[in-house]
Design a protein. Structure first.
Lengths: 441, 80
């Protein structure tokens, strides 16, 4: 240690230690010595983050100890972190080494671990924070307004918010080329992951909406959730939710969904898809369809007129054709009636002949059989009568007693009463008179 | 006929399809057919103009330029 001899006081009597040395020189040597220590990475929880114009201060703590940390403000601003990321309790990994501020007559010295880089280690905290914010926005109904906006299928002007040198820019252009879209494209270049990102993007979407663009695409390539935290900024998300122009978000990938994806009208997985979602019409195909529609309208127009002209011509010819048609029909009917009459007469003549023939046959049959039967019956009756003829009995030797009237006398008593009666034999009649002696009999 | 304020490319194309379906059905009378064809042709022209507007070549500009143009436009408009 270089010390001016006349300024150095005497040392402590009896002490064997070197010195005394001027404190400023010692402090600078101490600073140099500490800066010569190894650069290392530490992890722990952030507490008490304070921002000053030139530096940022916080403590890194765990259960067994803590280290005061500092970081140059310009380096802190370049970190891919939203300002509210480093809240108390967030676990981080820091890189750097010990440092010492020697102080002066007017400023206090301090020891700190000078941080050169920070990475958020515990994404669980970020996710919890994100979840709280998402629920708050949902409770206020801010996830819906963008989805209710009318989104033009064929916008004339598209605003795109993205990093100037990022790949997302090329992807958006590729998507628009695939749609065959070549309208007006307004680029709003913005940082997409440092702490300036969210406010810049917020201003950009507001300016684009005020500038009259039809739709806004916010695009960024993938990254960790911490990298994408700018797109979870509450002010940005509230602004987008209430924007009168639809926003198509393409931030990160499927796995790392940001709050902007939630509030936007449409969320896409890649900037190319976002461009295609912004222009829903395939322009080349639409031109072809439009041409075809124009042709069909012309065809329909011509057809409508021609068909009606033909119809009118048909109607004009109709009366003459009607008369001719009826004349032909009448002729036909007449021919059919004549033919029908002829057929009927022929049929009836045939029928009459058949009837006559049947009658003749019946008559013939009736005549032959009947006469024979009657002859047979008469013969049979004749024989029966003959069998009962009293003449025959008389011929066989019997006699018939009759009164004068010729009625038979069938008892002796009747014969006594009559006194006179006849007896008829087979060959003639004899008159008999009753003798009073009656012994005659 | 003046375009209705809510007319957009998609409403126009949807109406064209509706008109063509009606004409294809053959149910429209002559008067209706001619009216539909006239309306359809007007819509086709509107859609063609919309496609033409985004088919002339990509025009790229930065947001700052757009803002500057709008400010210049408002100044010109204000001075008139």
């Amino acid at each position: 240690l270089a010390v001016e001899p006349e300024a150095r006081p005497d040392g402590i009597p009896g002490s064997n230690l070197p010195g005394p040395f001027p404190v400023g020189s010692y402090a600078q040597r101490l600073r140099d010595w500490l800066r010569g220590r190894a650069r290392v990475q530490l992890f722990g929880e952030v507490w008490g983050l304070r921002l000053s114009r030139t530096k940022v201060y916080f403590e890194l703590r765990d259960a067994t100890g803590a280290v005061p940390c500092s970081m140059w403000r310009n380096e802190f601003d370049q970190l891919p972190l939203a300002p509210e990321t480093l809240i108390d309790g967030v676990e981080v990994v820091i890189a750097g080494g010990p440092d010492y501020y020697p102080g002066s007559h007017t400023s206090s010295p301090s020891f700190s671990f000078l941080v050169a880089d920070v990475r958020v280690a515990g994404e669980g905290d970020l996710l919890a924070q994100l979840d709280r914010r998402r629920k708050a926005l949902a409770a206020e109904g801010l996830l819906e307004p963008q989805k209710r906006l009318a989104r033009p299928a064929l916008p004339r002007t598209i605003g795109v918010v993205t990093g100037e040198r990022g790949k997302a820019r090329d992807d958006v252009l590729a998507g628009l080329r695939r749609r065959g879209w070549a309208g007006r494209l307004v680029w709003a270049f913005a940082p997409v992951q440092d702490r300036h990102a969210a406010p810049t993007i917020t201003r950009a979407v507001q300016d684009l909406a005020a500038g009259g663009v039809d739709v806004i695409v916010v695009a960024r390539g993938g990254g960790s959730l911490a990298d994408l935290f700018a797109f979870c900024d509450e002010t940005l998300c509230r602004t987008v939710a209430l924007l009168p122009v639809p926003v198509v978000a393409s931030v990160g990938h499927h796995t790392d969904r940001t709050l902007l994806d939630d509030v936007a009208a449409v969320s896409c997985s890649t900037p190319t898809h976002a461009a295609e979602a912004a222009v829903r019409v395939d322009c080349a195909q639409a031109r072809g369809q439009l041409l075809a529609s124009g042709r069909r309208l012309s065809v329909q127009s011509r057809r409508a007129v021609l068909e009606r002209a033909r119809s009118l011509a048909r109607l004009a010819r109709a009366p003459a054709e009607h008369v001719a048609r009826h004349r032909r029909k009448l002729h036909q009917d007449l021919r059919e009636m004549r033919a029908s009459a002829r057929r009927r007469m022929a049929d009836e003549r045939g029928s009459a002949r058949r009837h006559l023939l049947v009658l003749e046959r019946k008559a013939t049959a009736a005549t032959g059989a009947g006469v024979r039967d009657r002859h047979r019956d008469l013969e049979r009756l004749r024989l029966a009568l003959d069998a009962h003829d009293p003449e025959r009995t008389l011929e066989r030797g019997f006699a018939l007693v009759e009164d004068d009237a010729g009625d038979p006398v069938t008892s002796a008593e009747r014969a006594r009463e009559l006194g006179r009666f006849g007896v008829r034999f087979g060959d003639g009649r004899v008159r008999v008179r009753r003798d009073d002696q009656e012994t005659l009999f | 006929m003046e375009a209705s304020p809510e007319r957009t490319y998609e409403t126009a194309t949807a109406r064209i399809e509706e008109i063509i379906r009606r004409l294809d059905s053959g149910d429209a009378g002559l008067r209706e057919t001619l009216d539909l064809v006239r309306e359809g042709r007007e819509l086709v022209e509107y859609c063609a103009a919309e496609l033409e507007a985004v088919g002339q070549g990509l025009e790229e500009l930065r947001l700052e330029e757009l803002v500057a143009r709008l400010e210049a436009g408002s100044r010109t408009g204000g001075s008139e």
